[in-house]
Design a protein around this ligand. Sequence first.
Ligand code: NI
Length: 261
Amino acid sequence: MLDLYEKSKFIDTHSHIFREYYDNIDEVIKEAKKNNIDKIIISGCDLKSNIEIIDLIKKYDILYATLGFHPTELNDFNEDSIKWLEEHLKDDKVIGIGEIGLDYHYDNTDKQLQQDVFKMQIALAKKYKLPILVHSRDSIGDTYNILKDAGVKGDIHCFSSSVEMANEFIKLGFYIGIGGIVTFKNAKNIVEVVKNIDLNHILLETDAPYLTPEPYRKYKNESKYIPIIAKKISEIKNIDINDVARVTSNNAYRLFDKLRK
Ligand code: NI
């Protein structure tokens, strides 16, 4: 893949590169660098992954973190969780709060708890002037209603709604996270979103280990596949892949103040 993307420097703005999913993180990082991935943001989901992240960002220069509690991982969530989160937000390489949000996909979810925890974490983001990395599944209306007056900026990761909703979030100061789904055969909806919004509002992401782009779907996702996603965006928008790299990386630096060039 290297030749084609020789000049491009990419940022993977959302991933879960944890030991739970990868036997050899050294190799994942090495492969990412080989494929011109400049920075990788890893996002916490529960206390265990958040604690691991603190260790990983010390070990690997390329890794930066967002810490947070994911809406489907709230079984162990309690007051101490929020205290722990607040204590770790001042770390140099902790650049935002996430992955946070709402997920109504499963029938057994406690929507009230999800909304309360989402709002608590938004309040911290506001207090510490940090961007948020938002997960929204089957919940775009409630997500929008909570964010519209929240006074925070961020990224709607793995965006899966309409062009109209994308524009509403952009008006609030949010970026639209585009990942492997854009390469899938049934990705009509996301292709429309990419076509109709300005590149200045798009961030590249893998959500690794999930959502590997075509034609590598049988493998576990890794940051090294980011150029495949960028290539697809460059085809949809009929522009050079190096422009996709440059503009989306600048977008990441603009959103995440603590992500250093
Ligand atoms: Ni994720």
